[in-house]
Design a binder for this molecule. Structure first.
Ligand code: TXA
Ligand code: MG
Length: 345
């Protein structure tokens, strides 16, 4: 069932019903400020296993546990470092996930056998109401089929999971649009595993030193975050990032479009508002103004899905500065493109 939860007051009954499903071990898709989550009771191994089956998710990729406050923290984690308190005070509720030593009550199915657990307090009022009403922590990955772009609308969730979930709370489009920042606090120097809505600059301001994981660096050895080794956000068509001096990037994209048109191939573009007028292509997705990486980030996953629907043979994307939200945006673009980069000369 799909329930309209855009107005929290009117959605009270639906949230109660969703919470009851969680309490009984079922699955509920729900909105957060980052992306939609597919939730289950984090204390129940069989409920959590249902998430993995519904998504087709590899069993060694751990889940984030969503909470609505500090109560019950003692069952979830075995240690509360000082940095955790600092960050929680500043950025919770919000798009920050912290990895901490795991507490005894968290089943191994949630953490994929790791001795750490990822925790996040989301900001979306529907997510918070669902967790509070269920009176349980909710384990939830993004509510997409494994490998597909994360869902930022209820329609995206249905595209991937219709028939596989019992209940979907439709809270409208997600505002951040990229998944949360994942920060591992179990090292001496905190390690940024995934850039997201809380920026590296913000973390550095609070913590001083932060180590950044280059997700493209490791090849054969086990990655520090299991999720990193999987193909992600991948559109069906091969995607390429076109990098270089701005005017040359425009010329290079125009040239590749021409060459492919002659071969009868359909090209899809992911470009900025500033440049859209320069391009002719079978499908053009405009992310937003270059000066607003937040806006571009919020549109990325929807744009990738739309290019899939348009059935293009090839996707070309502009690149962005890796500062502020630009770091997360470039991280998702690089992964969607499997790090294929064309240098415009
Ligand atoms: O914004 C978000 O984080 C969304 C919403 C629903 O909260 N959730 C989300 O979950 O993106 P998921 O499962 O798609 O991504 C979770 C990431 C994965 O890369 C996973 O490997 C990592 O967090 N992770 C989870 N537990 C971990 C742990 N104990 N140690 C290291 N990485 C962990
Ligand atoms: Mg995901």
């Amino acid at each position: 069932m799909v329930a309209n939860a855009r107005d929290l007051k009117k959605a009270k009954k639906d949230i109660q019903q969703a919470a009851e499903i969680i309490r009984r071990g079922g699955l509920v898709a729900f909105p957060t400020e980052t992306v939609y989550g597919l939730g289950a009771n984090a204390f129940s191994a069989p409920a959590v296993e249902r998430i993995f089956r519904a998504k087709g998710r590899p069993g060694d990729n751990p889940l984030i546990v969503h909470i609505s406050g500090g109560e019950g923290l003692g069952e979830l984690v075995s240690e509360v470092p000082q940095n955790f308190r600092l960050l929680a005070e500043k950025y919770w509720p919000g798009p920050l996930t912290m990895v901490l030593p795991k507490g005894l009550r968290v089943p191994r199915e949630v953490t994929a056998g790791l001795d750490t657990v990822a925790l996040r307090m989301p900001q979306h009022p529907v997510a918070l109401a669902l967790i509070r009403t269920a009176r349980l922590p909710i384990a939830a990955p993004s509510a997409n089929l494994s490998g597909r772009p994360s869902p930022t609308t209820a329609e995206h969730v249905l595209e991937d999971l219709a028939g596989r979930i019992q209940f979907l709370l439709d809270g409208g489009p997600c505002t951040v649009g990229l998944e949360s920042t994942v920060l591992d606090l179990t090292h001496k120097v905190p390690l940024l595993l995934r850039p997201g809505g809380v920026t590296l600059e913000q973390l550095q301001e609070t913590l001083g030193e932060v180590q950044v994981l280059d997700s493209m660096e490791f090849k054969d050895e086990a990655p520090p975050s299991p999720g990193l080794k999987y193909r992600h956000y991948a559109p069906r068509a091969p995607m390429f990032l076109v990098e270089g001096e701005p005017s040359r990037v425009v010329k290079e994209i125009q040239k590749i479009c021409r060459e492919n048109r002659l071969k009868g191939r359909r090209v899809g573009l992911l470009v900025t508002e500033e440049n859209r007028a320069y391009f002719r292509a079978e499908a053009i997705e405009v992310l937003g103004f270059r000066s607003s990486p937040e806006e571009m980030a919020s549109r990325l996953f929807d744009s990738l899905r739309r290019l899939d629907t348009a059935g293009v043979d090839l996707i070309l994307a502009e690149t962005f500065e890796k500062t502020g939200m630009g770091l997360a945006l470039m991280n998702r673009l690089c992964r969607a493109a499997q790090n294929r980069i064309i240098k415009a000369r």
